[in-house]
Write a protein that binds this ligand. Sequence first.
Ligand SMILES: [Fe+2]
Ligand SMILES: [Fe+2]
Length: 301
Amino acid sequence: MLSAQSLFREILDNDESFRLFCSIAASGEAQGGWENGRIAALVPDSMRHLAPKIARHGADEDKHGRLFMALLGKRGLEAAEIPDDTDYTMILEGLGIGLAHEKLRRDEPLTEQDVLTYLAHSRVTEQRASEEMTMLRKVAGDHPEIGRAVRMISRDEDNHLAYCHEELLALARAGHGRTIRALLRESALAEIKVYRDVSLAVMSRMARILGWSGPTYALVALGIHGRYVAERLGGWRRMVALRMPERRDALGNRCPGRGPRLRLRTPRDGRGGAAAQNQSRRLKIRKSTTQTVTISRIVAG
Ligand SMILES: [Fe+2]
Ligand SMILES: [Fe+2]
């Protein structure tokens, strides 16, 4: 029977589809990491208190990118080229949702409006990330190869979403409510379309790689269109609501439930090839002064 679980297991079991899945995920995460890193560096003085949290957000996304690359390396695979129509982050940026990369490349401070735009965009995309990772955790949270990485990323995405809720609520209280509402609506309505289109583009490639029959792909595509219709008819509102999260200060320095802190470890060997480099690129993660884990250990399950 066709189910999210059976589809994902099939994608996981085939090297070529697994390669495409991890490559797309790694690329999106790395772009998110870069964007957040630049925003943290350019945040205006009046919002300087947000800089450490934005930097933390970026470090998490970078870590996710490296985790997906490490999963590829573990199978001896190199990253695949990302087709343009599967590049969720770049398509949203091209539509003017979130902050333009051109602006982030300049060394000019952002405005308060820019930070509102970043947080509203993140509120929407982190909702998607959190839901996707929750689904992945359900179908592959106990998978010996990827389960541990999936559980860690899922926890981080939940924290990112909590952080967006909390900071946007604070800014709404400070008088930016009307602007935030408009930005959230614009972002959500654009995102649900982009998510539909990217899902179709990714799954059509998976269908080719895995040799799905016409009716099987038609059913998958129907599911994607059905979800878009449900979101357009009202589901999008879940992406714009703001409520105080149970976990406060999820990206702060002293939150007990937050994820590990990161430190990059220099590659140990000089073997050539992206896969070999990815395998040797290990991140040391410091959760406290007494507890350290490495990306390779997470990936090892
Ligand atoms: Fe992420
Ligand atoms: Fe995230």
